[in-house]
Design a protein around this ligand. Structure first.
Ligand code: EPU
Length: 302
């Protein structure tokens, strides 16, 4: 979708938006799949309520993109514009055991920044790609760590009120890859409380997680991490592996030959290739194990 009205463009610019016209989502997602649309980069958080209310008044559908590491976007001209916070180098600051971090910050970079300040706990999250905002929304987790454990407050644009608000950690539910944030809430900043730990000890933990990840996941291929959530008491990756589906392809999309719950864009995959592969594997698992796998990846196909 393209914003063509010069008046609307001018008002968006006034509220701190930088408009990038006709950008391919292939360049903004870790899967390297997705169609084209206008990207609205929010240079000032404070301008977000104004920008969103303008889009609503003008009837322009929008979605919010974080780091683009856990989404599968359909091909073609997209029927919505995409809002995004520009990536920040490091605006994080530490006070005692608390870290204050922007949603656009890189998750891994934040783990390292906190480590340098002798604050640990998040070692397991080191190799999880994506932004702090995306990690909060999905309650990103790995190797026994979930970000929600450390959240004390979140500043967000609240979709229901149209205002920037602060939620206390205890008022947010963080479950396995699921949170109580509303779909139209936009994460802006987080306050984390982390346990004190010597830097060397944190680095040792980080090294162990990096090594586990390097040996079990296809880190140098285009993917969105795990495609399916693990059903309670079961492992999606193990089931798909037992079905001998590693390396199975549909067009340019392939079940990773390293970790069966990672589907990779092996060769210019289309969104149909990837969506088809997901449905095929879901069906095979249903037939053989009687389990309905739920997507972990977020699909934007309408
Ligand atoms: N397994 C296989 N074959 C495979 C993959 C896994 O037999 O191809 C077996 C493993 O041997 C192991 C079990 O399945 O016994 C679990 O595998 P793994 O330790 O790799 O963890 P996972 O449950 O597949 C989860 C998260 C990952 C996270 C890892 C490490 C989900 C859906 N996935 O994977 O998160 O990195 O644990 O903690 O919860 C993601 O969220 O995108 C993601 C990759």
């Amino acid at each position: 979708m393209r914003i063509e009205s010069p008046a609307v463009v001018a008002r968006l610019v006034e509220s701190g938006v930088e408009l990038r016209s006709g950008v391919s989502l292939r360049t903004l997602t870790s899967l390297g799949i997705g169609g084209e649309t206008d990207i609205l980069l929010l240079r000032r958080y404070e301008g977000l309520p104004e920008a969103i209310s303008l889009l609503k008044r003008e009837g322009i559908p929008y979605r919010f993109l974080g780091g683009g590491t856990n989404v599968l976007v359909v091909d073609g001209e997209l029927p919505w514009v995409m809002l995004q916070l520009p990536s920040v180098s490091s605006t994080a600051r530490i006070e005692g055991n608390r870290g204050y971090v922007d949603a656009a910050a890189d998750l891994g970079g934040t783990v390292t920044f906190c480590a340098k300040n002798n604050l640990g706990g998040m070692e397991g999250l080191i190799g999880v790609p994506g932004s702090i905002g995306g990690a909060l929304r999905m309650n990103a987790g790995a190797y026994g760590t979930q970000i929600g454990t450390y959240v004390r407050a979140v500043e967000l644009y609240c979709g229901a009120s149209g205002r920037i608000e602060t939620l206390r950690g205890e008022d947010i539910r963080f479950d396995y890859r699921h949170t109580s944030f509303a779909p139209d809430d936009v994460m802006l900043r987080v306050e984390l409380e982390l346990p004190s730990k010597p830097y060397k000890e944190i680095v040792a933990g980080i090294k162990v997680c990096n090594e586990k990840r390097r040996t079990s996941q296809p880190l140098n291929q285009k993917s969105a991490g795990c495609i399916f959530k693990n059903p309670p008491g079961a492992s999606a990756g193990r089931m798909i592996d037992e079905l001998k589906l590693k390396g199975h392809r549909r067009g340019g999309a392939m079940v990773s030959d390293r970790h069966a719950n990672f589907f990779v864009n092996a060769d210019a995959a289309s969104s149909d290739d990837m969506l088809g592969l997901i449905e095929e594997v879901r069906e095979r698992v249903r037939e053989s194990f009687g389990m309905d796998l739920e997507n972990e990846v977020i699909v934007w196909n309408n």
